[in-house]
Ligand binder design. Structure first.
Ligand code: NAD
Ligand code: MG
Length: 418
């Protein structure tokens, strides 16, 4: 991604109505995005922010609540389109609405199945797609939005982990804009504004998660509850477990490699338990810039929507009367071996990202189901990664094949049935 986008690329921001499609609207990022849109409709005097469409996998009720709230933001009669990627749940929602016979219920504005998300992401009416689905399930709709030349506010880091080179190729010469939502990558993007020279280093900060001070031995006994108790961020379960293993930071190393086009050895990780410094950039002259704010995802989400504009945000700001401790320490690669996997995959690219991501998604699911130990997650991922036949330039189809292979292989290595 080129942080210095030419002016013409921001023309869509001049439109008085911004149509936003939120994929994964019922999740942690999705809900925060709805908060941001509510705020923007109060503070933005130039534009009206419409929730054009919203998707969920299965939480139909929550989606209906979002639709009801968004009604007041729309200038036209057409309501926010609802997309249910779980087709059966979507069908029962359509049925309920048909039989309710309320004039206000538009059964025809409900899309069913994953393909409906892809179609919505390509609608000519949509300006911005917020990619907030968790995991590899967000890949096709995110790629579709890029193909259609949209502004994509990217939370779904797994898209870049699985298919970084494919995304890079699609962005080449395309009007699409890929703007980071992940707080670390948003921080780097913000620090890069106005700089023409390539930076020397990107320093990703990490909270260290709930096991920052735990020994390796203690981590073998970690329970689901302790792993889900993140000290600074409230997030969905998958990324919360990823934060505990520090696989989240590994995925973010890979994400940074593809977003900012720097090699793996120009990326560093530092542990910062307060989660206030969201990341740092070291420039050629040795200057280091950071972006700081109390931990709240509404700020990076809003920046991705309004970039290059900055508008008042609902997220908490610094209390300047407080004493602030900002600790920074080197990451411990021995206790958190996931980081090594992140650097390795960012370095080799090719098929490695798809394999690591799929093995990790499978392992996190198994841990949450109580079927494997906490430390099995990263050990299993390393094992699957070592045993795959690396290919340097795979097409998308091959990456998707390997996704299935890696999930089966992880289960096999954990002595579990596929
Ligand atoms: P979440 O679990 O809270 O929400 C996930 C959303 O995806 C839900 O709306 C759910 O309905 C939808 N979904 C789940 N499975 C699906 C499927 N198979 N098909 C289609 N939709 C499906 O997750 P989250 O914490 O909001 O994270 C979303 C993404 O944002 C992840 O990629 C995560 O890494 C990234 N991210 C999250 C945070 C955070 O603070 N939560 C911060 C940075 C990045
Ligand atoms: Mg992050």
């Amino acid at each position: 991604m080129n942080p210095e986008l030419p002016e013409s690329r921001h023309e869509s921001m001049d439109r008085p109505q911004q149509n936003v499609l939120v994929l994964g609207a019922t999740g942690s990022i999705g809900t925060a995005t709805v908060d941001v849109l509510r705020n923007l409709n109060q503070v933005d005097t130039q534009r009206r922010w419409c929730l054009w469409g919203a998707s969920a996998h299965s939480q139909a009720e929550k989606l209906l609540e979002i639709q009801a709230e968004a009604k007041s933001w729309h200038s036209s009669e057409s309501p926010c389109r609802l997309l249910l990627s779980d087709e059966n749940i979507g069908k029962s929602l359509v049925e309920t609405r048909r039989t309710s016979q309320k004039e206000t219920d538009h059964a025809d504005s409900i899309g069913l199945g994953p393909e409906s998300l892809v179609q919505a992401a390509q609608s000519p009416e949509v300006d911005t797609v917020v990619a907030a689905i968790v995991g590899r399930a967000g890949l096709e709709s995110t790629l579709a939005a890029i193909d259609a030349g949209k502004r994509v506010a990217l939370a779904n880091k797994e898209t870049l982990v699985v298919a970084g080179p494919v995304v890079q190729e699609k962005l080449n010469g395309s009007p699409a804009e890929l703007l980071p939502v992940d707080s670390e990558h948003s921080a780097i993007f913000q620090c890069l504004q106005g700089s023409k020279d390539s930076p020397r280093k990107l320093i990703l900060t990490a909270s260290g998660g709930p096991f920052r001070t735990w020994t390796k031995q203690q981590m073998t006994e970690a329970t689901r509850e302790s792993a889900l108790a993140h000290p600074t961020w409230e997030m969905g379960p998958k990324i919360t477990i990823d934060s505990a293993t520090m696989m989240n930071k590994a995925l973010e190393i890979i994400e940074a490699r593809w977003l900012f086009g720097l090699p793996a050895d120009a990326i560093e990780v530092m542990v910062h338990p307060q989660s206030i410094i969201h990341s740092m950039v070291e420039f050629q002259d040795g200057s280091v810039l950071s972006q700081m704010s109390p931990p709240d995802m509404r700020l990076p989400i809003q920046y991705a929507l309004t970039y290059p504009d900055r508008l008042p945000c609902d997220a908490p700001t610094f209390d300047h009367q407080n004493n602030w401790n900002l600790d920074l320490e080197a990451a411990d690669l021995d206790r958190f071996p996931a980081l090594n996997l992140g650097f390795e995959v960012a370095k080799v690219g090719g098929t490695a990202g798809a394999v690591l991501n799929a093995a990790n998604e499978e392992a996190v699911g198994l841990f949450l189901e109580g079927k494997i130990r906490f430390t099995d997650i990263v050990e299993g991922c390393a094992d699957v990664l070592r045993h795959h036949n690396f290919e340097p330039s795979p097409p998308l189809g091959r990456l998707l094949q390997l996704d299935g292979w890696a999930r089966g292989e992880l289960r096999k290595r954990m002595n579990l049935q596929s």
